[in-house]
Design a protein around this ligand. Structure first.
Ligand code: KG4
Ligand code: ZN
Length: 324
């Protein structure tokens, strides 16, 4: 539905949410072989995100919670991605360092203990997934760009084009992908690469470009994570979000984790991209903490994972601390 537009169209998304939410809830209950009376609480994405889609979910969740007389929990979408790993990995040992890379967000969180987050790196401009989507669009590979760039990159030579890592002028361990996007556009122009039309098979030039671009993104993300891991000495690494589907990213994270002697946890592919199970998992943690919402709760487009302070090394304090 969004493909012809090369990205998510907010209005279309919220209308579809409205049309499908009831059916999807019914289908999920049927597949799980439970009924609404078996449900103990309702967790819902409160933010950040697109207002229309968030409102559909929040209104529906509030109605269910009220009608069933069970607790309501507002979950931060990004915290949901952090919890997407709980289903298939051993219990996380804290402190942890989590790289959350999606279409809308790219952050590294220091998590001193469960439920406390400190942003130690963030993108200054585009999210990593957004960069994949935009580069795919430039060469006519379609939307969403991540999976298609990854598959085309498999037959490309990542050493063919050298894209330099963006320099962050104030020296913070942040990320930037808009310069990389411009460098890709320049390479396309200077080498007269013609964007593909639908049905065209990508040639070697586009394969090499995809591989070199992907390698540059992976290097920036994992290199920054490694640097922060050396400083912050976490006991667990977490890599999640839609871009965590990318095998090159997973492999680089695994090598880094091995070098550091740390475990690294990923969600499986279907739990990497946006899903409701991760929201339920984060909601379950809050429910155990007694942190529920009342019916006055509403969608929060710019919701932040609060900076709650941590055991962040003094040398880094102030230098790398942000709110999401
Ligand atoms: O987490 P997600 O499903 O939605 C957001 O919260 O944004 O992430 C979607 C993003 C898209 O930008 C998509 O291109 C990217 O994840 N993505 C990938 C791959 N699969 C999805 N990026 C790189 N490689 C992939 N295999
Ligand atoms: Zn997401």
């Amino acid at each position: 539905m969004h493909r012809p537009w090369g990205g998510v169209v907010p209005e279309l998304a919220s209308r579809e949410h409205l049309a499908k939410i009831e059916h999807i809830v019914e289908q999920a209950l049927a597949e799980a072989k439970v009924t609404l009376s078996d449900i103990d609480a309702i967790a819902v994405t409160q933010g950040p995100g697109l207002i229309g889609s968030l409102l559909v979910g929040v209104c529906y969740a509030k109605s269910l919670s009220w009608a069933l007389d069970i607790p309501l929990i507002g979950v931060n979408h990004i915290e949901g991605h952090v919890y997407s790993i709980v289903f298939e990995n051993p219990t996380v040992e804290y402190p942890a360092l989590a790289l959350i890379v999606s279409g809308g967000h790219t952050n590294i969180f220091h998590i001193p203990e469960e439920g406390k987050y400190e942003v130690v790196s963030r993108t200054r401009d585009d999210a990593a997934g957004e960069a994949f989507d935009k580069v795919a669009k430039m060469v006519g590979l379609g939307y969403p760009g991540g999976p298609v760039i990854e598959s085309v990159a498999r037959e490309g030579d990542e050493r063919r084009i050298h894209f330099t890592k963006a320099k962050i002028s104030d020296g913070k361990p942040d990320l930037s992908f808009s310069g990389l996007k411009t460098a890709v556009a320049r390479h396309i122009r200077e080498n007269s690469i013609v964007p593909l039309e639908s049905g065209d098979i990508p040639g070697q030039e586009i394969k090499d470009l995809a591989a070199s671009f992907q390698a540059a993104v992976v290097k920036a993300l994992i290199g920054t994570m490694e640097k922060l891991a050396v400083e912050l000495k976490p006991r667990t690494l977490i890599v999640a979000g839609g871009v965590a589907c990318n095998l090159a990213l997973r492999q680089a994270a695994e090598w880094t984790a091995k070098r550091l002697g740390l475990p690294v946890y990923f969600p499986s592919k279907h739990l990497s991209t946006d899903n409701a199970a991760m929201i339920a998992a984060a909601g379950f943690y809050h429910l155990k903490q007694g942190k529920t919402a009342d019916l006055g709760m509403t969608a929060d487009v710019t919701m932040r994972l609060q900076n709650m302070g941590s055991g962040l090394g003094e040398s880094l304090r102030g230098k790398v601390r942000y709110r999401l």
